[in-house]
Design a protein around this ligand. Structure first.
Ligand code: AMP
Length: 481
């Protein structure tokens, strides 16, 4: 099938050709004609399948007719994180190059004044995270009654982040007569309920989700000692291997991201960091440095890196084995994109055996251990490092100043306090409750309870990503992009 068969306008066909796409991906082939026919859609697909274009392209053609009015956006796209919202906006700019559509991006961490000004002018497409949208709606800056098209993207992620009650409320503010598109990698019961309530006779599209990981990614597990300094030593050894052009290093906690980045810099590596505690401009700046190659190592947490589409990443290193197997597939999918080859290393401590077993069960593949020679740290340290002073990580960690410097969020958490407040991650309104479990068993799932347990060292700040929804029962991951 070609793009010309999908019913898109000539202008868009030109845009798609300019983007270098030769044929539609499966989700695009199924969704685009139905969206153009104004049907509601449930798209079960994850990032990397071309799902963004599957709604952005037909939306551009639909919105090409008609005009926007002040404070009354004509369409609304809800995204769980600022990064995803910014990426969808980039897609609109790219695919809408031959159209004159106006767009506004409402995300936390960006000046509200500019956003309000944009809304005042009238926008065709409003791309928002739920918290910021609700804030502006509450202040009377937006009227959603003219919004005849709604996209709820990454719905399962919205669920994890406690946004479902907000989304329900937003749905009730939109006109009943509208088109709704819902995309989700998995379909847990609360998402199914949401779809039943707010979508009308939807067409369900599922893209092939082979249980295999991308064949272009060579995967290794690297046995390491549980001790942080030993892990860092091993990491430096891995980073100095031949062919290591650039790497995204994933950690399970924000604290680890920060500490690891500092440690790598001290050892002369060109590294940056991205995690949920950073302000939006800072996150984007770090991403830009990595994209441009000014730094070639990006230490990241799951929440900040989810959905990132960065081309040409040669390596992914899981400094911490992910707690959830679907995170593994997602993380390593940052390399081997667009037909390129990639290498993924996962550090495993003796405590990680169960996590690795779950990953292997999900992907249906055994991951071979990498036989590295013992780390000869001092000889292998890059020449750039001049300081002979022992690295800070080797000194006792709980000195007073370090404790005082640590932001509030880094302090040990009480077991009974929900440690994952993802709204705050996005600079949005704090969650008044833990609504992800609303209407269900108030006790979080077993996995999450495990994640909330403070570590023995008392430094646990909780995962940056946290519970990522139930493990998809039908292995709904596809890394074949
Ligand atoms: P997404 O799943 O929307 O995050 O898209 C993942 C990547 O696929 C993005 O870099 C898109 O530019 C790219 N992409 C989208 N559609 C196509 C297509 N039909 N052919 C080739 N690449 C595409």
């Amino acid at each position: 099938m070609s793009f010309a068969d999908l019913g898109l306008s000539d202008e868009l066909l030109q845009t798609v050709t300019d983007a270098g796409y030769t044929e539609p991906t499966p989700i695009q082939a199924s969704a685009i004609p139905s969206v153009l026919m104004m049907r509601d859609i449930i798209g079960i697909a994850q990032t990397g399948t071309g799902k963004t274009a599957s709604f952005v392209l037909p939306m551009i053609d639909i919105l090409a007719q008609g005009r926007s009015r002040a404070r009354m956006p004509r369409s609304l796209i809800l995204e769980p994180t600022r990064e995803l919202a910014a990426q969808v906006a980039e897609n609109f700019e790219k695919y809408g190059a031959n159209h004159k559509l106006s767009m506004a991006l409402l995300i936390g961490g960006v000046s509200m004044g500019d956003q309000i000004k944009a809304l005042e002018k009238g926008v065709d497409v409003l791309i928002a995270t739920p918290g910021r949208l609700m804030d502006l709606f509450g202040r009377g800056n937006i009227l959603l009654t003219g919004c005849s098209m709604l996209v709820i993207d990454e719905a399962d992620r919205m669920l994890d982040m406690g946004f479902i009650p907000d989304i329900e409320e937003i749905c009730t503010k939109l006109p009943k007569q509208r088109q709704t598109l819902l995309f989700s990698a998995t379909m847990p019961p609360p998402i199914k309920k949401l779809a039943d309530k707010f979508l009308e006779n939807p067409k369900t599209i599922e893209v092939a989700r082979a249980a295999t990981t991308n064949a272009n990614i060579t995967q290794w597990v690297v046995p390491v000692a549980a001790q942080a300094s030993e892990k860092r030593k091993r990491l430096r050894q891995v980073l100095q291997q031949e062919g290591m052009r650039n790497a995204i290093i994933f950690c399970n906690r924000k604290t680890t991201v920060r500490e690891l980045n500092k440690s790598l810099k001290r050892h002369g590596f060109r590294s940056g960091e991205i995690h949920g505690d950073m302000e939006q401009p800072q996150r984007l700046a770090e991403l830009d440095l990595f994209k441009r190659g000014d730094v070639n190592i990006l230490v990241a947490s799951d929440v900040a890196a989810r959905g990132l589409d960065i081309k040409g990443v040669s390596h992914v290193i899981n400094f911490d084995a992910p707690w959830h197997p679907d995170d593994y597939v997602h993380r390593i999918g940052r390399t081997g994109r667009g037909g390129a080859t990639g290498i993924a290393f996962t550090f495993v401590t003796p405590d990680d055996a169960e996590n690795i077993a779950n990953i292997e069960k999900l992907t249906g593949q055994k991951i071979a251990p990498l036989d590295l020679p013992p780390a000869a740290e001092e000889e292998e340290r890059p020449k750039r490092v001049r300081r002979e002073r022992p690295a800070r990580e080797d000194r006792p960690r709980e000195d007073r100043s370090a404790r005082e410097e640590r932001p509030r969020e880094d302090r040990p958490v009480r077991e009974d306090r929900p440690v994952r407040d993802d709204r705050r991650e996005d600079g949005e309104r704090p969650a008044a409750e833990a609504p992800a479990y609303r209407g269900e068993d108030r006790r979080p799932p077993r996995d999450e309870r495990r994640d909330r347990r403070p570590r023995r060292d008392g430094r646990d700040e909780g995962p940056d990503d946290g519970w990522n929804g139930p493990i998809p029962e039908f292995l709904m991951v596809s890394l074949n992009r």
